[in-house]
Design a binder for this molecule. Structure first.
Ligand SMILES: [Zn+2]
Length: 358
């Protein structure tokens, strides 16, 4: 809770300065006028998201339900959002075939399967990513990640506005990560500062401690890191609500998407191609363009690559990638939203694939 308290202090300071700056206004865009905030929490299983703590791993303490564990995520969904990949619904997956981080992040930001990359040693992507396209459009963007390798998936450019991992020569202890890993509390502070000071159109935040603790077999640490990410979602939402006072409509029209790069093996510690169960993931999303109602319901499985067209629609970018858009069909409240720049095929799919969101 100490970390959360630190963020609260930061929020108070920055919130005060933001409230005094009433002249800042969001520039009209083709998509939503508010910011799109994409958050990943590395290697978090669907089980904790939907079923709560694993009673076999809490050391005798009562296992918290999912709502108790993740109050901010559930409140976000309750107030106009949806989960994807819940038990009883169509699954959310990563494409793989090796369910590890860098291929997952490449899939997320390219909107396509990570062809040619099956491990965390792949070089920087060479095709324009979601971030690259938002930057080319002149949107205000920023990206922060605890794990430095994420930058290779975030942008094909080496000069993009990305802050991933610790700066060279930093004396910060990278625990629970390895050398170069930036603790999530620092990633969170920097991301919140950027969102507040720059009134971003697109913010990406990549937390990494969950996966690091899981690899160590530290379930309590994994839960603590997951709850930190949940608290961050709450802080972002509180800030957006507060920002509306000085910039009417900006915070209210924000969209938040929270997901992960891969699931976990049945043994909890590991993940990858040898553990097909680690293909399964989850997603939570909320914002005025999305249908509210607990769960996204589509007639097709959803993949991590389907996130990119959702964000592209929100930002008013023309869709790229090879996603078939099942996730967009399940999330967007108005079918007409699906298909910006892509034509009739997309519109047809959305109306056919979606059942009631509640
Ligand atoms: Zn891992």
């Amino acid at each position: 809770m100490q970390l959360v308290a630190r963020i609260c202090v930061l929020l108070f300071i920055l919130g005060f300065s933001a409230a005094t700056d009433a002249r800042v206004s969001a520039e009209p865009r083709y998509g939503t006028p508010g910011p799109v905030i994409l958050i990943t929490v590395d290697g978090v299983r669907w089980q904790e998201i939907f079923e709560g703590e694993d009673p076999a791993r809490t050391g005798g303490k009562p296992a918290r339900t999912a709502r108790e564990l993740l109050p901010n995520l559930y409140e976000m969904v309750r107030q106009g959002g949806a989960f994807a990949g819940a038990p009883g619904q169509e699954p959310m997956r990563v494409s793989g075939p090796n369910f590890v981080s860098l291929p997952g992040y490449l899939e997320l930001f390219s909107g396509a399967e990570a062809d040619g990359c099956s491990n965390n040693d792949c070089p920087r992507t060479t095709s324009a990513t979601l971030l690259d396209r938002a930057d080319a459009r002149g949107l205000r963007t920023a990206a922060f990640a605890s794990w430095p390798v994420v930058s290779r998936a975030l942008s094909a450019r080496t000069d993009a506005n990305i802050s991933a991992g610790l700066e060279a020569g930093s004396s910060v202890d990278p625990y629970p990560g390895l050398a170069g890993f930036r603790p999530d509390r620092l990633t969170a502070e920097q991301a919140l500062t950027a969102l507040m000071e720059r009134r971003l159109d697109f913010l990406y935040v990549g937390f990494g401690e969950t996966d690091e603790y899981a690899h160590r077999g530290d379930y309590a640490g994994y839960i603590q890191a997951l709850r930190f990410a949940d608290a961050f979602v709450g802080e972002v939402r509180r800030y957006l609500a507060q920002a509306d006072a000085s910039n009417p409509g900006w915070g209210r029209s924000a969209h938040i998407i929270v997901t992960t790069d891969h699931g976990r093996a049945a043994d909890f510690r590991n993940h990858g191609g040898g553990a097909p169960e680690s293909q399964r993931t989850w997603l939570a999303a909320a914002g005025p363009q999305f249908r509210g109602g607990d769960f996204s319901r589509t007639s097709e499985p959803m993949y991590l690559r389907d996130v990119r067209p959702v964000v592209e629609d929100l930002l008013g970018l023309r869709r790229r990638g090879t996603s078939d858009g099942a996730l967009a069909a399940g999330l967007f409240a108005t079918p007409a939203r699906w298909g910006i720049g892509t034509g009739a095929r997309s519109s047809r799919r959305s109306s056919a694939a979606v059942t009631s969101g509640r």
